[in-house]
Ligand binder design. Structure first.
Ligand code: PLP
Length: 380
């Protein structure tokens, strides 16, 4: 069995593509004097957090961003020493462990500031925090009313040496719709919040931009940008492109069986497809348990034997069937479910459009126990 035929359900991650994307994105950031925080939450959007973090740090990123404390600690356990910001945690999470591991924490409320200060005091260290202002996304972040009190308390805690206020930050709601009026509104509120932090005596950095704002709004880069999806080569604002990004993920499998069926024979559960003529069909051992949405039944194709071929009948839990006509498709041949699109194979973006969702959800959804991941070794 050759290397390729070993794959039942495999996500291949092209770290060269990640490095290329980081170079492109961090060059944008540098041109406006900003640093780059590579966002590797949700296991690097399904690409593997540790490998993509290392690749990003070698290619122009200075910082890492994650949602969860467990994600930050995992980077540290793998020896990643770069600064990491973590922005979603509960009082019962390992705040003290995060502070000890020199993980920066986002702080949205005075109560959170106190929790972090307590954890820092118990660990005998200074906690570095990024104060978050809610400028309109209305998830976390301090409201405009709470902000003054938060920055004042943070200034006191900083004077006591319990915390260091590294930055003020916020997150945009509609940056992927260039020209959306909320972007201007959020930027204005962000600038006001920053001025209030200065009045409190703080001298923090500022960061606001996700991938979409990084690519379309250099005026909103401030001191640091936080690209996520674009690192992985998926463009959140293709209408404003091209942006020279290379998709890093390929989802692949292998033909395990081919057979001839007669005209009039139907395929898979429910017999939703009937062969119009005698044909070869190929069985591919991936299904909805491996991340192929069942709702793509009858609406998807795969790249097999040098061309796209339709998947016919219902996508099953573990298997799907491909219509091959009279072509000499064989067991062991590689099947690409989606990839960068360079060869003509379907892309994660096409899946997203067909499903009425965004490519973020497609690639992130590929992190599954039954799906292996192949990340060719980084150079030492
Ligand atoms: C996920 C996330 C990002 C990255 O967003 P992309 O749209 O993937 O670039 C940046 N900042 C925060 C707070 C996030 O949660």
């Amino acid at each position: 069995m050759n290397e390729q035929s070993a794959h039942r359900a495999d996500v291949y991650v092209d770290l060269d593509a990640v490095r290329h994307n980081v170079e492109v994105l961090s060059a944008h950031a540098r041109s406006s004097g900003a640093r780059t925080m590579a966002v590797v939450k949700a296991d690097g959007y399904g690409h593997g957090a540790v490998a993509t973090a290392r690749a990003a740090l070698r290619s122009g990123a200075d910082w890492l961003g994650v949602a969860l404390i467990s994600e930050a600690l995992r980077l540290r356990e793998h020896g990643v020493r770069a600064p990491v910001l973590c922005w979603l945690y509960r009082p019962e999470d390992e705040i003290a462990a995060a502070v000890r591991a020199e993980v920066d924490l986002s702080v949205s409320t005075v109560a959170q500031l106190r929790e972090v200060a307590r954890a820092a005091a118990s660990a005998g260290v200074t906690a570095r925090v990024h104060l978050k202002i809610d400028t309109g996304l209305h998830r976390n972040g301090a409201s405009a009313e709470e902000w003054g009190r938060l920055v004042d308390e943070a200034a006191k805690a900083a004077a006591d040496g319990v915390v260091e206020v590294f930055a003020v930050w916020s997150h945009l709601a509609c940056a992927d719709e260039p020209g959306h009026p909320s972007v201007e509104m959020q930027a204005r509120r962000f600038r006001e919040a920053y001025l209030r932090a200065l009045e409190a005596g703080l001298r923090p950095l500022r960061h606001l931009a996700n991938s979409a704002a990084l690519l379309t709004r250099p005026d909103l880069h401030f001191d640091m940008v936080r690209p996520g999806i674009a690192l992985y080569g998926l463009d959140p604002v293709p209408q404003a492109g091209p942006h020279d990004l290379r998709p890093a993920m390929t989802f692949r499998s292998t033909v395990v069986l081919t057979r001839r069926i007669a005209a009039g024979e139907s395929v898979s559960y429910g017999h939703s497809w009937t062969a119009p003529e005698e044909t070869t069909v190929a069985l591919v051992p991936v299904g909805y348990a491996d991340g192929v949405p069942r709702s793509l039944s009858g609406r998807m194709s795969v790249w097999l034997g040098g061309r796209r071929r339709p998947v016919v009948g219902t996508v099953c839990m573990d298997q799907l069937v491909v219509w091959c006509g009279d072509d000499p498709v064989r067991e062991g041949e590689e099947v690409v479910l989606f990839g960068p699109g360079d060869r003509g194979e379907p892309t994660a973006d096409e899946w997203a459009r067909e499903l009425g969702t965004i490519h973020y959800e497609i690639v992130t959804g590929m992190a599954r126990p039954r799906v292996s991941r192949t990340v060719p070794e980084e150079e030492p």
